[in-house]
Design a protein around this ligand. Structure first.
Ligand code: 13P
Ligand code: SF4
Length: 309
């Protein structure tokens, strides 16, 4: 009997499918993927893909974005319940009311939101291009930024632009403990702290580098330092360690748990290798985005891709 990995690779070939995986996916899933990346890289790969089926190993909003960018392809997600605390913090009816209260504002949304929220937006951004996109907005235009208040505060600190922030956050990135981080740094004073901008301001203030998952991997590859404390979801350590096998990577400690020092996204971890196999075999669950939402959501994503060139 072939291993699950071998059966997935054979099915992928038979069905002319491609597997796109986020860095937070469990290691065996990353290892069967054709491409592993951050939200921006995955969106671009999804748009370019010419396979018949795109299996998106990530969370729901990522698979939806793939469908918006490449609507003729069949997009499948191993577990439909793989959501995101940020996306869930921003219900479309409440967001519409918020926009209506500030009709002169440009609406910029972080890609971690539903297709309905994207359809209400002027421009979408990811963690790798958010600062650039906000800087591109004329200075006299006020901005609404949603749903991540921590990323929003970081952008304000980098651009000096006042923005109205939606009160959303990522529970994984808010789990890091500043006190424990300082303790770990005292034990490893030669380590550089690197953090994802969804983390809280007090964590970001300790960091030598702040950036997207792809940006963080790039930083540890190119920086001459040999030790890093990594403040983002623990799944990133798989690819990061493969890229720098000789360097020491320490997961940033979380508030609650003393046994597992790392922070995991329960939504990302809903996908398993078995579910990837079942999903490819049955070509379900499939991501469906109604045409009227898809068409409206496409424009702000295209603006992002144009502005981030
Ligand atoms: P990246 O775009 O940096 O990969 O971030 C995605 C995400 O969900 C972070 O929590
Ligand atoms: Fe959403 Fe946070 Fe999970 Fe990323 S890590 S998918 S922002 S809940």
């Amino acid at each position: 009997m072939n291993s699950l990995k071998e059966r997935i690779l054979a099915l992928k070939k038979e069905k002319n499918a491609v597997i796109l995986a986020h860095y937070y996916q469990e290691a065996p899933i990353q290892d069967v993927a054709d491409y592993v990346g951050d939200s921006l890289g995955l969106s671009i790969e999804a748009m370019k893909a010419d396979a018949d089926i795109i299996l998106f190993a990530g969370v729901h909003f990522m698979a939806e974005t793939a469908k918006i960018l490449n609507p003729t392809k069949k997009i499948i997600l191993p577990d439909l319940k793989a959501g995101c605390s940020l996306a869930e913090s921003c219900p479309p009816d409440l967001f519409q009311k918020f926009i209506d209260q500030h009709p002169d504002h440009i609406v910029i949304t972080y890609v971690n939101c539903s297709a309905e929220i994207k359809a209400l937006s002027d421009i979408v951004c990811t963690s790798s291009n958010a600062v650039k996109i906000v800087k591109a907005v004329p200075k006299d235009r006020p901005i609404i930024f949603a749903p991540d208040k921590n990323l929003g505060k970081y952008i304000i600190s980098k651009t000096g632009r006042g923005m109205l922030l939606w009160d959303g956050s990522c529970f994984v990135h808010e789990a890091f403990s500043l006190d424990k981080l300082i303790e770990v740094h005292k034990l490893h004073p030669d380590a550089k702290i690197i953090a994802h901008p969804e983390s809280e301001t007090h964590i970001l203030e300790t960091a030598s580098y702040i950036g997207s998952t792809a940006g963080m991997i790039d930083y540890v590859k190119t920086n001459p330092n040999n030790k890093f404390i990594v403040a983002t979801e623990a799944g990133i350590l798989h690819k990061m360690q493969q890229e720098v096998p000789h360097k020491i990577l320490i997961p940033a400690p979380t508030k609650e748990d003393n046994t597992c020092a790392c922070s995991e996204c329960g939504y990302m971890k809903m996908n398993t290798l078995q579910k990837v196999y079942d999903c490819l075999l049955n070509e379900t669950p499939e991501i469906i985005v109604p045409a009227y939402i898809r068409e409206k959501a496409l424009l702000p994503i295209e603006r992002m891709l144009e502005l981030s060139k």
